[in-house]
Ligand binder design. Structure first.
Ligand SMILES: [Zn+2]
Ligand SMILES: [Zn+2]
Length: 154
């Protein structure tokens, strides 16, 4: 992942205006553990602890805007689980394994999937630009870090 300062510089060079609040949002994403994603609601609850000058609508808008700048990528895990992650410079694209019950998402890479996708695109005389596989499943709450695990255990 490129350093945050370099990202900010690139955005300014492209003419994007970053308010302190948008910079803070980018900051929050940089501080997330690798492989974590945030929804607008989750972002809002983090920002609310720091400032009163924030609404859920602002939180939505910041995410949309940062996605349109190419800083964040929207990942549609399910209808009501739209989440965001930083766009990374990665050699092998990453995919998502998604629990359809609780929305828990894990990232994985696969050389086989990459090779297969390149072959398919090639076969149609297309040039692959991006690849994102969504593998839908149900987690085993007692084993995976399902948000429902604690409820199940107690
Ligand atoms: Zn689950
Ligand atoms: Zn991801």
């Amino acid at each position: 992942m490129k350093p945050k300062e370099q990202l900010f510089l690139e955005l300014r060079t492209k003419g994007f205006r970053l308010t302190p609040q948008r910079e803070r949002v980018v900051d929050i994403f940089y501080n997330l553990p690798e492989g974590e994603h945030l929804s607008a609601e989750a972002l809002y609850s983090i920002l609310k602890r720091e400032t009163t000058d924030i609404s859920l609508a602002t939180s939505y808008r910041s995410l949309k805007l940062l996605a349109s700048m190419g800083v964040l990528r929207e990942v549609d895990f399910s209808e009501d689980h739209k989440q965001y992650e930083l766009v990374r410079d990665e050699e092998t694209p990453h995919h998502h394994l998604i629990c359809i019950t609780c929305g828990l998402a894990k990232e994985f890479e696969s050389d086989i999937i990459l090779k297969e996708a390149l072959g398919i695109a090639n076969g149609f005389n297309f040039e692959m630009v991006d690849l994102q596989m969504k593998l839908y499943a149900t987690c085993l709450p007692e084993k995976a870090d399902c948000p429902k695990r604690l409820e199940t255990a107690s």
